[in-house]
Design a protein around this ligand. Structure first.
Ligand code: URA
Length: 426
């Protein structure tokens, strides 16, 4: 078999066989195929697409390119949750402890943030002492002991994805539904949990810009998961506006803790409950309405917060942040943006706020950049709120950037106002 013939076949819009896909994935992982030929094939896939069978074969081959975890030593139903990435998305920090508090074994490996999107691992590492890189044996033992472990990718899981993703990032081939599906699902299949809940986001802050594309990606990921014998469900959620009011690593831990303390309601709370109820139902815990009530009760009783605290402590972190969020990193510098007139908030661009937060140091543009854990943005409004002139709209924080001019301009322009007539707010 020759990679040249496989490239030509996909270039001409033909369907690749399982053997051809496997040849590409395994040989590229072993560095027997050059980057320029892999790039050509990825671009042909980007342009001509892949059907469902090709995508299943690509995903399974990528999942088999390294170790497949064996979670059979974990007693009970194992579950994993994945978000396709967003701004202010701290739902894993809420959903996983709630599910664990209700008896599901949450074996969760998460990623780091890149660009304007955040990653759960960076958020957890903002907690003093928290260790996200524990070995597979300790991971499995912890899930057995307390029902949950929240760690970064361990072992040699789906190495094909690491290589292919890096190449896609530098060849303009990221935004392809079959390639995104194979990238996400190969890591999930290698992790091998019984149930998988996928939060597929659409909107300005997400990879998928329309709900139709998010539906397409979600349906494809469900099919790939089911083909591998997993219980898999995709929920489509809106990422045009940030989730909750905090963007940035320690700020998002604070908001997740406050939600589990019962202090946060609104869209973030509702999405967390919806995701949790679907995970519980998928794992056979009851109907959606029964599972919704269980999720709400786990927050109200404090059981889910206790589990988060235990998780942090088991992984070497300061669990007291669950009682006192001022123990989280605090920024040296801050800057408040005020409403210029009496205004109604008519739009909020999540991607632009994510970029402003990145400028403050909360994210990274390239993989190896350091993160400022205290940096980020706290919004003082929700979409549709009316704000008086000179009242605060948002506060920007940073430990590393003292000149806020660029980030503040970007954050200000991320908010769409309707100016209210004089006296409308009095
Ligand atoms: N997240 C991934 O892991 N892969 C993609 O291709 C996109 C988002």
């Amino acid at each position: 078999m020759r990679i040249y013939d496989i490239i030509e076949k996909k270039r001409d819009g033909l369907k690749l066989t399982k053997e051809e896909i496997d040849f590409f994935v395994q040989e590229y992982t072993k560095e027997n195929i050059e980057d320029y030929q892999a790039s050509a094939l990825l671009m042909a896939i980007f342009i001509n697409g892949m059907d469902e069978e090709e995508t299943v074969n690509l995903t399974e081959s990528m999942a088999r390119s390294g170790n497949m975890l064996d979670l059979s030593a974990i007693e009970g139903i194992t579950a994993d949750k994945h978000s396709t990435g967003g701004v202010g998305d701290k739902t894993s920090l809420v959903v996983a402890p709630i599910c664990a508090s209700l008896g599901i074994k949450m074996a969760k490996m998460s990623g780091r943030g890149l660009g304007h999107t955040g990653g759960t691992i960076d958020k957890l590492e903002s907690i003093d002492g928290y260790n996200t890189s524990i070995d597979t044996e300790s991971f499995i033992n912890q899930v057995n002991d307390i029902g949950i472990a929240l760690i970064g990718q361990t072992g040699n899981l789906a190495p094909a994805d690491k290589k292919i993703y890096a190449l896609r990032n530098s060849t303009g081939t990221v935004d392809s539904i079959p390639l995104i599906c194979a990238s996400i699902m190969s890591k999930k299949l290698a992790l091998n949990a019984d149930c998988l809940l996928l939060d597929v986001k659409w909107g300005s802050g997400a990879f998928m810009k329309t709900p139709e594309d998010a539906e397409r990606l979600g349906a494809l990921m469900e099919k790939v998961g089911n083909a591998a014998g997993k219980k898999c469900r995709a929920i489509i959620t809106d990422m045009n506006t940030p989730l909750g009011c905090c963007i940035g690593n320690s700020l998002e831990i604070k908001e997740a803790v406050e939600l589990l303390q019962g202090k946060v309601k609104g869209r973030l709370y509702d999405i967390c409950i919806e995701l949790t109820a679907n995970m519980l139902e998928l794992a056979g815990k009851g109907t959606i309405s029964e599972c919704t009530a269980m999720a709400q009760e786990a927050i109200a009783s404090g059981k889910a917060l206790d589990i988060l605290k235990k998780t942090i402590e088991m992984q070497g972190g300061n669990g007291n942040v669950c009682d006192d969020t001022s123990l989280l990193p605090q920024a040296k510098y801050s800057h408040v943006i005020y409403a210029p007139f009496d205004v109604e908030i008519v739009s909020v661009n999540a991607e632009e706020l994510g970029m402003a937060s990145l400028l403050l140091g909360a994210g990274r543009i390239s993989k190896d950049e350091e993160i400022d854990y205290a940096a980020g943005i706290v919004l003082e409004f929700e979409l549709g709120d009316k704000i008086s002139m000179d009242a605060p709209l948002m506060t920007l924080y940073s430990d590393t950037v003292s000149d806020f001019s660029e980030a503040a301009l970007r954050a200000y322009h991320a908010v769409g106002f309707r100016t209210l007539t004089e006296g409308a707010l009095t």
